[in-house]
Ligand binder design. Structure first.
Ligand code: SF4
Length: 396
């Protein structure tokens, strides 16, 4: 990657551009054309959308393909050589995810390469100022490009409050090394969740040159995968990804200061998160704020027939469980005949769980035999359903 950022121009201050309208392609083109593009001639540009999961367009899980298409067209017009790359979450078939979310179609129409960044190896990068992580395994493909552009979709997130352009860079970490960020022990004397400190650490060495935040249809509530689509019709662009994330937070009715990984990074001086220190175009951008529902703090309110026994679980296990509950909570009692309530246990160090508990993840191995057990570290949501179905079938 090059050090000089071709998107930084002589306009003083930290600038963020917001566009709004019914057409995500048009919004993206208009926002990008506000940026200096002449420096892109001959540069290799990697577009890093959020295609971490398989989901259809409109489900608000993955980046809108129209936003990616507009970025390809604008950057190519400026003379850049463009490709799209991703390293999805464990268990996701990226070829299928690209196809289902609509990215294959727009890439093929433009003969734009689609890269599975897990196919090759990794480069180890040290984090001199890292608090909870000292090295990262970064997909080798990143070093083939001069410029990296983070193109997340606006989503609330159960563990990191929101997921935007800084958090989206986690999808440049190689294969399973991403999961390590979810499995860190608490830091003594620091109330922040280790995942949030780790993302701030990561952002000190893995930072995009440009953020294009897709707020056409975002996700509120139980994000990043089990929430509800929220139509906003905006795109946010900036050469300072922290500033872009900060503005996106405001549009979602929250703030960077409430988002621990951004707050930590801002305190460390990695970028500008103070909304009053950012020049936001146009000046009436606040008219477009549409507050997103926050992720629930208490799952038992959301799922009244279920008690979650959580002891020191990683956010990876929590995400799997949430995704499962969002899809199947209504049917869960069908797998536990004669019960009005189901216990689910995740995490490390459970000495004893009630009989017939649904025990999820390898950390629960010591309780195998007390109920239904689901292997995996982290387990995947489809395996939970499979384990339940197998158990019912075995009882017949
Ligand atoms: S099983 Fe779950 S809680 Fe245990 S280490 Fe794996 S992801 Fe973390």
């Amino acid at each position: 990657m090059i050090v000089d950022n071709p998107f930084v121009n002589s306009t003083p201050g930290t600038n963020v551009y917001v566009t709004k309208g019914p057409d995500a392609y048009d919004n993206t083109q208009r926002a990008l054309r506000a940026m200096p593009l002449s420096g892109l001639k001959g540069l290799r540009v990697l577009l890093k959308p959020n295609i971490g999961r398989s989901a259809r367009p409109g489900a608000a899980v993955t980046t809108n393909p129209a936003v990616i298409a507009a970025a390809i067209d604008v950057f190519r017009e400026a003379g850049a050589i463009v490709a799209i790359g991703e390293s999805p979450i464990i268990g996701v078939d990226l070829e299928e995810a690209y196809r289902i979310c609509g990215v294959t179609k727009i890439a093929q129409a433009r003969k734009c390469p689609l890269i599975d960044m897990d196919k090759r190896s990794f480069v180890e990068r040290s984090i001199p100022n890292g608090k909870v992580i000292k090295t990262l395994q970064i997909c080798e493909d990143i070093d083939d490009f001069d410029v990296v552009v983070s193109i997340p979709i606006m989503k609330m997130h159960m563990h990191t409050h929101v997921t935007l352009s800084i958090k989206n860079m986690k999808g440049c970490l190689w294969r399973r090394s991403k999961v390590k960020l979810h499995m860190l022990p608490p830091v003594e004397g620091d109330d922040n969740k280790p995942i949030n400190i780790a993302i701030a650490d990561m952002s000190s060495v893995l930072r995009p040159h440009l953020a294009i935040i897709d707020g056409s249809v975002g996700m509120e509530g139980l994000g990043p995968s089990a929430g509800t689509p929220k139509e906003l019709g905006v795109v946010v662009v900036s050469a300072d990804p922290f500033a872009a994330d900060s503005v996106a937070c405001e549009l979602m009715g929250t703030s960077a200061k409430e988002t621990p990984h951004l707050a930590i990074a801002g305190q460390r001086g990695y970028g500008v998160i103070d909304i009053d220190a950012i020049t936001i175009h146009p000046s009436h951008w606040r008219d477009w704020i549409k507050p997103f529902d926050r992720p629930p703090n208490n799952l038992e309110i959301e799922f009244p027939n279920i008690t979650v026994l959580d002891k020191n679980s990683c956010s990876a296990c929590q995400s799997t469980l949430l995704l499962f509950l969002k899809k199947y909570a209504d049917q869960l009692l069908d797998y536990f005949p004669n019960q009005k309530h189901v216990h689910i246990a995740i995490g490390k160090g459970h000495d004893h769980v009630p009989d017939k508990t649904l025990c999820i993840g390898n950390c629960m191995l010591n309780q195998e035999g007390r109920g239904v057990f689901v292997h995996g570290c982290p387990p995947v949501a489809s395996e939970i359903l499979k384990a339940l179905t197998d158990t019912v079938n075995d009882c017949r």
